[in-house]
Structure formats: C-alpha cells, structure tokens
Design a protein around this ligand. Sequence first.
Ligand code: 5AD
Ligand code: SF4
Length: 445
Amino acid sequence: MKFHIHTYGCQMNVRDSEAVEALLVAAGHEKAAHEGEAELVIVNSCTVRQKAEEKAIGKAGNLIAAKKLTGLMGCAVKRMGADVFKRLPKLDFAVGPRAFGLIPRIVEEGRFPRLELGDDLVPDCLAAHVEGGWQAFVTVLLGCDSRCSYCIVPDVRGHEYSRPAREVVAEVAALARRGVREVCLLGQSVLRYGVRNTAWDERDAPSPGGYTEAFPRLLEAIASIPGIERIRFTSAHPKGCTDELVRAYREFPQICRHLHLPVQSGSDRILAEMGRRYTREEYLAAVGKLRDFDPEFAVTTDVIVGYPGETEADFEATRSLMDEAGFDNAFVFKYSPRPGTRAAALADDVPVEEKERRDQVLLEDQERRGQERNDRLVGTKREVMVEGPSKRNKARLSGRDGGNRIVVWDEGAADVRPGSLVNVVIAEAHPQILVGERLPHCPTT
Ligand code: 5AD
Ligand code: SF4
C-alpha cells in the first residue's frame, strides 16, 4: 500500500515518523511520492500547546474527508485517549507515542477503528531507520520524569527510560556503515540518560535525582565509531552541564559545540513556580561554563511568555537574562494551558494581546542579538557540513557549522556531496544566517 506520513512537533516525532516509515517499508508497503498519491496517510501529532494539537487533528479530519485510510499517532493521541474518536469519528486507527511499532500489524490486520495507547514498545522498533542519508536521529532516552508545571510531555510520553548503551552504540555503528556521518541523540532531557535506569551494566547503579557519567560515557563510545564525524544531542537541562560533559566536549572534537538549553523564564519566582529546579544564576553559570570552554559555543533556548501570574517585572527579568546569556537563537512560546498539568489549575491571566506583545519584544531582541553574535564570526573560518542547495537561492549551497548556524556560499566545484565537510570563511552576517566563501579544498581535521 502507498503511504504518506505527515509530522507535527519536535525532533522526537520526526524520528518516530522515520521509524514508522522504515517499518512500513520493511512490511512491504511503499512510500508515496506525495500525499495525494497515498492510500494510507498517518498524522504524527503534537500536544505541547493547544494550537499544535488542533493543527494535527484538523489535518487528520481533512484526510478522512478525502477518504484516505487515516491513522493518527503521537502525543495528542495519548492525551485524548478514546476521546480522539469523538473528535474524529471516522478515524481508522490511533496509536500513542510509545506504541508506533504496532502500526504495520494494525494496517495488516485491517480491523478498524483501533486504539493502542500501551506503553510497551514493540522490540527493535526504535532501531528501525530508513536507508540512505548522511544524518540520523537516534532516540536514547524515552519519556520524561521532570514534571515542570506547564508541561504535558510526561503525561503523554511516559516515564524516563534509557536505552541500553550497547543497543544505542550498535545502532549508530550500523548507521555509520550505511554512510551516516552526523547523529543527533534524542531525549526530552537527554542529559538524564542513565539517571533513572541503568544504561550500561548491572554494576552501574542508577543515581536517582542525580546526573551520572552515563551520558558522557555514551558520547565517548559514539565518538569512537569510525565514520561518525559529528555528534549532536538535544534537549538539555542546566543541571546536566557537568564537568564530565565539558570534558567530553574537550576530548572529542566531533561533539558539536552547540547546546539547546531551554530556560523558559529569567525570573526566579516564575522558575520556582514552573518547578524548573534551577535559579537564574545557576542557569547563567551553566552557560558561562560552556562559553569559558569555548567563547563561540552556541547556546539556543526556549522561552515561555505569559505564564500565569507573569508580571512586567518577571518579563523584564527574562529579557535581561536573554541578554546576559547571549543566546545564538531562541524560540518563544505563548503560554498555553494543558489539561491535567499543575499550571492548568492556575488562572491563565496574562491577556492574549499581552502575550503577543511579549513574544514580539523577545523576537525583536533576539533578532538584534543574533546579528551581534553572528557579526563576531565575520572573517572566521567555519567547518561546515554540506546539506544541499540553499532554499532561497538554488545557486548556493547551504550547510551548518558545529554551532548549528546556517552557512551558505556559492559553490563552484560540483563535487560537493551532502554530508561532506568543507571550510567556509564568513564574509557576511545576518541574524539567522552566515554567508561565506568556500576555501579551496584542504584536508579536514
Ligand atoms: N505552553 C507554552 N509553551 C510550552 N512549552 C511546553 N509546554 C508549554 C505550554 N504549556 C514550550 C517550552 C518547551 C517547548 C518545547 O515548548 O518552551 O521547551
Ligand atoms: Fe514533541 Fe512534546 Fe510535541 Fe510530543 S508534545 S511531539 S514530545 S513537542
């Protein structure tokens, strides 16, 4: 059967969709060239904010109306449970974020409607990858135990579970043999790898509430796999920015000097209410540690504006923290109450227009800050992994430096393949993009 998968949400969902694609192909189905051609369409949903959920449900509704065999997977399914069939009475099947391994069997059996919310993963489904490509996501930590007041993720993605390190290493080695050169290790709070359950062996006791050396050890093991030239991971929590992590950065140049470190707020009062388990000062100390190690270390973040009770002073604290941290990029979200979370019991008292204003102010600040941070890179040489033609100007090539910054340049030689490393000297800086000139071929280190 020809199928198409439509993905909303974070990299975790992108990765799960890729695994489903690989599982369906292995079961004899075929990826459609585009949605119109597909008989089966699966929507992978997000529920982190209400709008995200509505988009996925709306999309599934349209597909049902177009008489496609329609499945919904991911976070919104787990949040809604059986109610998903009230919203979409003609939906064929719905599977929760840990149950996607069942999809080939569900399609095969053809008994609709069907709902699978179970948390027991089908063995091996996590390691399924689509052939080809030079870049891959690898899930290392499932779920989340952090319970921030506003966040629905622990309810939908379940408890933390660290995959055994030998399984992860074998998966990355297999990817490397197929030509993958960059891996991105995924977990909601990936530095908590090995904290709740043992990831290495029985002698390695998990250290509840603390950060073990399990993640830096995993980085070390992956860095020694031939062919893996770049290692990224996301998302991080400042408590995980340990000396062991910095040591791993220092020892292994393959580990990209970029960390996505969501801060959420710069106000100690709001941080405490959110249950983030750090203060503004502790957060800035973590950023300082990374920038002491490498002043060009790229730090990006997520911020929520309009959390219940957020005053103008709290908001200004967020603004000033963002300046002090000197973020290279920031994603700003307007607070959205999620059913069942602790914050949902509080009045959502910041008016929509005020959330909008705060959002705009932070985006404008970041635009200026991004320009300033990128200006400092003019004249420097960046090692860039080639991704392909630039979206805006097909005559140019585009790639990313270790800091995840987008770099574009005019490419004379046609022999540059996606996934290869080239050196580019930066000539021009913009808030979100660097423009440079390719240096004549020189062996990459
Ligand atoms: N409202 C708005 N933003 C949220 N996020 C998580 N939960 C909510 C919510 N209820 C944001 C956080 C997180 C990002 C993925 O989404 O900033 O880091
Ligand atoms: Fe990702 Fe969270 Fe959205 Fe789920 S709810 S797709 S974990 S962002």
